[in-house]
Design a protein around this ligand. Structure first.
Ligand code: MLC
Ligand code: AMP
Length: 511
């Protein structure tokens, strides 16, 4: 019975009566039909309930991408839980905060990581810790019921929480964005319509599934349309090119397209079966857009979203897909360009704060009412922290960010978090972390460090220490030592000066 459960109903309804249709296929040729996908998801729901899950409880998950991890996501939703996916690159010291802050009832991790994580989970008051490996092994699998039991999907409403997703904060403390069933359903429905998704579509799924792009945009749309996915553990351009003949859609971050363009095997013939290439999570350079068009004869469709709001805008499926623009507001989503100080809407064509209102906008930050209040206007618009401009045809362009944020290969990195860790290391007096243009990742993390005693430690010492504390994608790709940081008269570090100074570190200027 899926009809009383909000998100679950929408995820299941397109495939009812089509149990034999393919839902997902992996690179080993393992095929999971819709019937099997939901039958096993129900078993996960039963196992989670047996482990103590009650409706509204949180299930935190740090596991590799697999069929089973998708079934765990679905099982959590079917059991009325709140799904909290965590980046597999997070170190125990990063996880400690998430577990302590979210206080999940259940935590599922990789069996190999259990020895390092059990104690953290115990300290955070987790009732049950289960394990799941990339190869479908672990205590979670052992506790799945062997026979098909009748499972009653737990009823939820559109305002109930479906997921927590942590986004880093400018102060260095991550915030748990609370997403409701209604947020996820409304977004999946509008994207499905705007991007012309049909049950015959086959999506190349090479994104991680611990962020909204790979989890909600990719998986929810697929399930809501009853289409299918080719599931890949990670991005690999040659593997992707080799399956394009049997796929129709690719969703990726700009780095995907930059890397695909480097392949000698990309040409109009190999993409002949593909009807749509979507890019998002970070700015797609106009030159990448143009190069793609020249080589393949198709235009990448760029869209713009955020963990707190899901997707906000998209270039049109049928109209002009403009390089450098993230397109128009999705149906039901209001986008305004406002004065950053007053929140008053600015005349068309002026640059200002990008603000969003609509059924896609999250409920607030978990246990941070003050922070939530600060980021919403009185009239309900959410302040994204992006700076944009909208033209008379409603095309939005993101031209900057008011938040001190680095986006590297589609991952968000808040400099403050890295600076706090660096400053805490023995021998470091202070540091400033910036993003510098990077040929592969768009932006690369670069740290400028002042030592307490010059020459006392070197770059490789610092890199070794950071390995224990920070996920690999957050670690600086370059570290510079200086005698002092540039500051203004108020003592504030002049990051723009640093950005200018190190602008060409990863990309040399042409000529
Ligand atoms: C990996 N590394 C990164 C990195 N990814 N460093 C910086 N930025 C990244 N994004 C590190 C690795 O750990 C490794 O470090 C070194 O860089 C080389 O890694 P690689 O082998 O080249 O990386 P790869 O595994 O190929 O991954 C690159 C990638 C991946 C771009 C495919 O990062 C990726 O899938 N990104 C997608 C992120 C995403 O889904 N974002 C959506 C967020 S939702 P070392 O030290 O081991 O050498 C959102 C909202 C919205 O933003 O609008 O969608
Ligand atoms: P996250 O907090 O990880 O969800 O990242 C959201 C941020 O990614 C947005 O606020 C934007 O700054 C950025 N972003 C997402 N899509 C795009 C895009 N197409 N172009 C530019 N920036 C984007």
């Amino acid at each position: 019975m899926y009809d009383t459960n909000y998100l679950a109903h929408h995820l299941r309804s397109a495939s009812v009566g089509r149990n034999d249709s393919v839902c997902a296929e992996d690179l080993n040729g393992k095929i999971v039909s819709y019937g099997e996908m939901f039958e096993t998801a129900e078993k996960h729901a039963i196992a989670l309930q047996a482990a103590g899950l009650k409706p509204g409880d949180c299930v935190a998950v740090q596991v590799e991408k697999s069929m089973e991890s998708i079934q765990l996501y679905l099982g959590t939703i079917l059991a009325g839980g709140i799904f909290l996916p965590l980046n597999t690159a997070y170190t125990p010291s990063e996880l400690e905060y998430f577990l302590d802050n979210a206080k999940p009832r259940i935590f599922v991790c990789d069996p190999e990581k259990l020895p390092a994580l059990q104690e953290l989970a115990d300290q955070a008051g987790v009732t049950t810790v289960l394990t799941l490996s990339a190869h479908s092994e672990g205590t979670l699998i052992d506790t799945l019921p062997s026979s098909t039991e009748k499972f009653n999907v737990v009823a939820r409403t559109k305002d109930d929480l479906a997921s927590f997703l942590y986004t880093s904060g400018t102060t260095g403390r991550s915030k748990g964005a609370m997403l409701t069933h209604g947020n996820l359903v409304s977004n999946a429905q509008s994207l499905q319509e705007c991007w012309h998704f049909k049950s015959s579509d086959v999506l190349i799924h090479a994104l991680p599934i611990f962020h909204i792009h790979g989890l909600f945009v990719a998986i929810n749309i697929t399930l809501c349309t009853g289409s299918s996915m080719l599931l890949m553990p990670r991005f690999d351009s040659e593997v992707i090119i080799s399956v394009m003949h049997k796929a129709t859609v690719l969703m990726g971050v700009p780095t995907f397209y930059v890397r695909l363009l480097e392949s000698a095997n990309l040409n109009p013939e190999v993409i002949a079966n593909m009807r749509l290439f979507v890019s998002g999570s970070a700015p797609l350079l106009a030159e990448t857009h143009q190069q793609w068009q020249t080589i393949t004869g198709t235009a990448i469709l760029e869209r713009y979203g955020m963990t707190e709001t899901n997707m906000n805008t998209s270039n049109p499926y049928l109209g002009e897909r403009r390089a450098g623009s993230v397109g128009m507001p999705l149906p039901g989503v209001e986008v305004r360009i406002a004065d950053a100080d007053t929140g008053k809407e600015l005349p068309r064509g002026e640059t200002g704060s990008v603000e969003i209102r609509g059924p896609n906008v999250f409920k607030g930050y978990w246990q941070m009412p003050e922070k939530t209040k600060q980021e919403f206007r009185q009239d309900g618009f959410f302040i994204t922290g992006d700076i944009g401009i909208m033209d008379n045809e409603n095309y939005l362009s993101i031209v900057g960010r008011s938040k001190d944020l680095i986006i590297s290969g589609g991952y968000n990195i808040y400099p403050k978090e890295i600076e706090v860790v660096l400053d805490d290391l023995e021998g470091v007096y202070e540091s400033a972390v910036i993003g510098a243009p990077h040929p592969d990742f768009g932006e690369g993390v670069l740290a400028v460090v002042v030592l307490a005693l010059q020459g006392s430690i070197n770059e490789s010492d610092l890199k070794i220490s950071l390995k224990q504390k920070l996920a690999s994608y957050k670690r600086p790709k370059a570290i510079f030592f200086v005698e002092q940081l540039p500051r203004n008269t108020m003592g504030k570090v002049l990051k723009n000066e640093l950005r200018l100074e190190y602008k060409h570190h990863f990309i040399q200027p042409i000529g």
